[in-house]
Design a protein around this ligand. Structure first.
Ligand code: GDP
Ligand code: MG
Length: 175
């Protein structure tokens, strides 16, 4: 959580991707170290913050979660406004959620600042036996589109902290 300390930077990062890929649980894991199996479709909550040290600076990460707006083109431009980072999340057990990454990326690039740092996230890596998206497919897409890429599990807490730290560090590096 936040503590009584001077904030050097506030970085807005948006989560996007299909419904049920695990965006809300990734945020719950990162911000509060929580996970819920029966997470309700996100309603109302716009963002959560977490203050952390990035390269010896105090950074307040303001992470925005879609409020059940995951239908194509339903996310409003206010959501993207001021964002310096974006996490494009798919569920590695749902091929369709990965195939939709291209249009989420197009929508993001249509709204966001051109210098926005983007990370592709293949979530639910704890369900390895049900994998529908090979790591190489995602790596190839990420390389072609110039995105960072990581596989995570919000359930098992795999790579969640690392993914957020990586994007925040990269944002800090380019500002
Ligand atoms: P959102 O619609 O993208 O916000 O997805 P949610 O965060 O609400 O998660 C949708 C469902 O997937 C919920 O039942 C979660 O408990 C589950 N879920 C989220 N992350 C993971 C994960 O890393 N592993 C597994 N096995 N389930 C997950
Ligand atoms: Mg949600």
């Amino acid at each position: 959580g936040d503590y009584n300390q001077k904030i050097d930077y506030v970085f807005k990062v948006v989560l996007i991707g299909d419904s049920a890929v695990g965006k809300t649980q990734l945020l719950a894991r990162f911000a509060r170290n929580e996970f819920s199996v029966d997470s309700k479709a996100t309603i109302g909550v716009e963002f959560q913050t977490k203050t952390l040290i990035v390269d010896s600076k105090t950074v307040k990460a303001q992470i925005w979660d879609t409020a059940g707006q995951e239908r194509y083109r339903a996310v409003t431009s206010a959501y993207y406004r001021g964002a310096v980072g974006a996490m494009l999340v798919y569920d590695m057990t749902k091929r369709q959620s990965f195939d939709h990454m291209a249009r989420w990326l197009e929508e993001l690039r249509g709204h966001a600042d051109k210098n926005i740092v983007i990370m592709l996230i293949g979530n639910k890596c704890d369900l390895g036996t049900l994998r529908a998206v090979p790591t190489e497919d995602a790596e190839e897409f990420a390389q072609r589109e110039n995105l960072f890429f990581m596989e995570t599990s919000a359930l098992e807490s795999t790579n969640v902290e690392t993914a957020f730290l990586t994007i925040l560090t990269e944002i800090y590096r380019i500002i």
